[in-house]
Design a protein around this ligand. Structure first.
Ligand code: SF4
Length: 260
C-alpha cells in the first residue's frame, strides 16, 4: 500500500477515536518481510531453463562428477588387468536401471556396459520388448572392471568370472553413488550374482526372478525405496533360449511397475 494512502487511513481512524491498532492488523497492511515471497537467485548456468531441464542437468552433472572421481580407480586388484573402466551409461534421470555383475570381454575393450552379444539381446529387450529407448534407461554393473579368470591375458575369450566379495565390497560405493544420483523407480538385476549382491540373499536366480523386492539401497537415505526385480542374465538367455519365456514374464512385471 502506498504511504500516502496508509497515512490517510490512519488519520481517519485517529479522528474517530481509534488510537491503537492490534499487531495482527499490521500484517494485513504490510506482510512481514519473512512472509514475503522471495525470488530465488538464478544460477547463470541454469537461467532460462525449465525445471525438468535443470533437474536433468543436475542429475547429469552428479553422474559426471562421480565418473570423473573414479575414472582412474585402483581400489581393488581388477584395476591391474582391466583395459577400460566401464562406468555405466544411459539417462541420468532413468526410471529403470539395469544392473549386471561386471563387464565382460567386449565391454572391457569398448568401455561400455552390455555391448557384446548379450548386450545386443538386452537392447532388443529394451527396444523391441519394452518399447523404450536404450538411452532412456541406465545400465551399470556391480563392479566396473572386468573380472577375469586369467588376469594376465585380457585378450583371451571365455575368461569371465563373477566378481569376488572383496572386489564387490570395494566397488559397491560407486554403484550406490550412481543409484543415489539417478534415483530410479525400478531396478532390474541381470543374473544370479547381481541379484544376490543387491538383495543380500543366497537363493539362486530361479527362486528370485520375477519377484518384486522393495529395498532401501542407500544406507545414508533410508527413506529412499526402490522396487527391484531380478531376471536372468542375457548371456544365460543366449545359452538357454527356453529361458527367454520366463524372462519375458519378468520384464512384464517391470513394465507393470513403470506404468503405475
Ligand atoms: S572394480 Fe571398482 S573398485 Fe575395483 S578398480 Fe575397478 S572401479 Fe575400482
Amino acid at each position: 500500500m502506498a504511504n500516502h494512502k496508509l497515512k490517510k487511513i490512519l488519520t481517519q481512524m485517529r479522528d474517530v477515536g481509534i488510537n491503537e491498532l492490534p499487531s495482527s492488523y499490521l500484517s494485513l497492511i504490510a506482510p512481514p518481510e519473512s512472509a514475503q515471497k522471495k525470488t530465488p537467485q538464478k544460477s547463470p548456468a541454469l537461467a532460462g531453463r525449465s525445471d525438468s531441464e535443470k533437474l536433468r542437468t543436475s542429475h547429469f552433472s552428479s553422474l559426471e562428477k562421480i565418473k570423473a572421481q573414479y575414472l582412474d580407480c585402483k581400489m581393488c586388484p581388477l584395476a591391474k588387468s582391466r583395459l577400460r573402466l566401464v562406468f555405466g551409461e544411459g539417462s541420468a534421470r532413468a526410471r529403470l536401471m539395469f544392473i549386471g555383475e561386471g563387464p565382460g570381454f567386449t565391454e572391457d575393450h569398448l568401455g561400455r556396459p552390455f555391448v557384446g552379444r548379450s548386450g545386443n539381446l538386452l537392447t532388443d529387450i529394451i527396444t523391441r520388448g519394452m518399447k523404450m529407448k536404450r538411452e532412456d534407461v541406465y545400465i551399470a554393473n556391480i563392479v566396473k572392471c572386468h573380472p577375469m579368470k586369467d588376469p594376465s591375458d585380457p585378450e583371451k575369450h571365455s575368461n569371465d568370472r563373477p566378481p569376488s566379495p572383496e572386489e564387490v565390497s570395494k566397488c559397491m560405493p560407486i554403484l550406490l553413488k550412481q543409484i543415489d544420483a539417478i534415483r530410479p523407480e525400478v531396478i532390474c538385476t541381470l543374473g544370479s550374482p547381481a541379484a544376490k549382491i543387491m538383495l543380500n540373499r543366497k537363493d539362486g536366480i530361479s527362486n528370485l526372478r520375477g519377484k518384486i523386492f522393495d529395498i532401501r539401497p542407500l544406507p545414508d537415505d533410508p527413506d529412499y525405496r526402490v522396487k527391484l526385480v531380478p531376471t536372468f542374465h542375457p548371456a544365460y538367455l543366449l545359452r538357454n533360449p527356453p529361458a527367454k519365456k520366463p524372462a519375458w514374464e519378468d520384464i512384464k512385471v517391470i513394465m507393470g511397475l513403470l506404468k503405475k
